[in-house]
Design a protein around this ligand. Structure first.
Ligand SMILES: Cc1cc2nc3c(=O)[nH]c(=O)nc-3n(C[C@H](O)[C@H](O)[C@H](O)COP(=O)(O)OP(=O)(O)OC[C@H]3O[C@@H](n4cnc5c(N)ncnc54)[C@H](O)[C@@H]3O)c2cc1C
Length: 267
């Protein structure tokens, strides 16, 4: 967790030259952090601790007043962006999703459908952090595989990672009626809306999920540009969602789906 925090802070500091890109991400993160129950006081305490740790590790020779001011300014910007976004948010800190379907399409891959307790304003291509009942406090990110649905039904495609805590619990132990906690939508993956632009999408494994959500959304529009989708896997069985994609391409003349595999036979 420490490595991740330092990596994230380093990334943000590196990106501050282009605040237009990084500040919206921080705002999303602030909204998402509401799920931990953090308050402004927690942020301020972390900021003070971080500056103290940096000063301690840097040593008195290099840690000048100017360095401290620069760090304090950068951290204050991060804190303000996250807390402002969190405080301005009207929606709930978490949504409750009830599992209504769990389909193990491969030994190591499950498609899970949940019904949310409230409408979640997300756009296709985004992802959320989820907490499942058998793995408390282990939040993991999953991409929506479907666009927003009027009955608040969402779908996730989860592949079991060897030795993974949460992915193995989801693929093997999920039961209908389980309730998951789901954080605020995150991410900015999306298709260009510029007219006349052709689109190319390339996905492997469950990486198809966020693209599929966008394709299903695009299928609802009248004027959609030509779109090529390459969907890849090691074996034919890895293309677990090909029927849906081909079905879509049969009704959407703008869509071409090309399967790509490394071996022609299943193991
Ligand atoms: C933006 C985003 C969207 C995501 N969307 C999805 C999705 O739609 N479906 C999905 O199945 N997963 C998705 N993931 C990955 C998911 O969040 C988890 O990281 C993954 O399920 C592993 O969690 P775990 O608890 O099982 O593994 P952990 O217990 O966290 O990790 C166990 C071990 O596996 C390694 N590991 C973790 N992830 C992977 C990986 N992907 N490949 C190889 N080794 C790994 C770890 O380094 C560690 O050594 C997404 C991740 C991100 C960042």
């Amino acid at each position: 967790q420490r490595d991740r925090l330092m990596h994230a802070i380093g990334y943000v500091i590196d990106q501050l030259d282009t605040p237009g890109e990084v500040l919206p991400l921080l705002a999303q993160l602030g909204r998402d952090h509401r799920k931990y129950g953090v308050t402004d006081d927690h942020y301020n305490a972390v900021a003070d601790a971080l500056v103290a740790a940096l000063a301690n590790l840097t040593g008195t020779e290099l840690w000048t007043d100017e360095t401290e001011r620069a760090w304090r300014d950068a951290i204050a910007l991060i804190v303000a962006t996250m807390t402002d976004a969190a405080n301005a948010e009207q929606g709930p800190p978490t949504w409750v999703g009830t599992v209504i379907n769990h389909h193990r399409v491969l030994d190591d891959l499950a498609i899970v459908r949940l019904q949310l307790d409230q409408t979640m304003p997300y756009v296709p291509g985004q992802y959320v952090s989820v907490q499942v009942p058998t793995r408390p406090r282990m939040w993991r990110y999953l991409s929506f595989a479907t666009p927003p649905h009027p009955d608040r039904i969402v779908e996730f495609h989860v592949r079991r990672v060897s030795g993974g805590w949460v992915s193995s619990a989801i693929t093997t132990d999920t039961r209908i009626g389980d309730t998951w906690l789901i954080g605020s939508p995150l991410g900015g993956l999306g298709v260009s809306r510029r007219p006349g632009r052709r689109r190319l999408m390339i996905a492997e494994g469950t990486g198809i999920a966020p693209l599929r959500a966008q394709l299903l959304d695009m299928a609802r529009l009248d004027d959609t540009p030509r779109t090529h989708v390459f969907v890849g896997g090691t074996y034919p069985c890895d293309l677990y969602d090909l029927d849906v994609l081909w079905g879509l391409s049969r009704t959407c003349p703008w869509l071409t789906v090309v399967p790509v595999i490394e071996n022609s036979d299943n193991p």
